[in-house]
Design a protein around this ligand. Sequence first.
Ligand SMILES: *Cc1c(COP(=O)(O)O)cnc(C)c1O
Length: 411
Amino acid sequence: MVTRHDAEALDAADPLAPFRDQFDLPEGMIYLDGNSLGPPPRTAHKRMDETMRREWGEGLITSWTGADWIGAPQRIGDKIAPLIGAKAGEVIVADSTSINVFKALGAACSLNRGRRKILTERGNFPTDGYMIEGFAGISNGAVAHSSVDPDDLLDALDEDTGVLLLTQVHYKTGRIWDMTETTARAHGAGALVIWDLSHSAGAIEVDLNGAGADFALGCGYKFLNGGPGAPAYLFAATRHQKKAQAVLSGWFGHRRPFDFTHAYEAAETVAKFQCGTPPIISLAALECGVDLMSRVDMKALRQKSMALGELFATLMDERCSAFGFRLVSPRDAKLRGAQISYAHDHGYEIMQALRAADIIGDFRAPDIMRFGMTPLYLRFSDIFDAVERIRDVMASGAWRRPEYAERRRVT
Ligand SMILES: *Cc1c(COP(=O)(O)O)cnc(C)c1O
């Protein structure tokens, strides 16, 4: 049996332990939901204040150039680039992940005309499929949405597949697609590949260029700790930037927006994937999260995240096996991202009871309980304490209280 003492020994030897002080976390809470919304980096408070008072309040319009607001999408994109195996000039921060899915579909389809199928995995994060539906809906029959079970996916790549859109780390199970192999298979079939990195960037090592990826996008508010609704990012491989079409052709993607020309002339760089005016206050918060992540050795981060997940799974086996939890993540840590998930028929109620006990994870219908394994602020002893509290909630039947069954709008 693993003891709390064992967990404390792991904490004492943890090279990432000092990062915990860089975050603002409520006293006593064990936060296992950094895969859904990262906590605020301490630097963000000062930066918000500075952006509000000095840049906005005093600088007003002059801050577009004086505080380089205009350069923020590219500057922060260049900082995200090394976290995902991209080069400077290949990543732009803009809009939401959903909107970037649409933009990437437009870009990829414009490079691969004549092929009808946009292929994705059944059970992918819903917005990705929804955006394919919307994109296909206005394509006048030129493209169509096709989703297949993950086991059948590689075989479904055929001469009619124009684009493969996949989320590298599955939002429910944490299962990881092999980016290199999958990209190669898609390219072999003549398709372009878009990777959704929402659960990858800041969670696992990612090498877009090593895999030869075409386009990618992902969230700023999960593992990058950019704040609720933080702007997202989009990657376009250098070789595609000139030719790929920016279908949301707003003025910020124009080559010279401040020439105010009548005709649209797209920028020839990744900047073409901006659409409208960037959200400066949100970008400032995101930059704090990205700067913090940039200081982290991703290899060490991944090692610790795997070790946290391994400890969680071991403790669940040892202490909670009688309570009906079914592991739905791969048992092998190398095959899952920075989360571990269990199915339970009463997962919603149990998660509410855990939150009342200051253990914060989340629930994804119909029956999945997710626990984020984020190494920058979680200690091994937190994992130990969390599983102890899961055992308490189950053994005492505390989760059966009627108020825990009331469904909230966000789960
Ligand atoms: C979280 C997540 C999104 C979120 O999209 P938003 O537009 O930011 O709401 C998209 N795709 C995946 C795979 C996600 O996990």
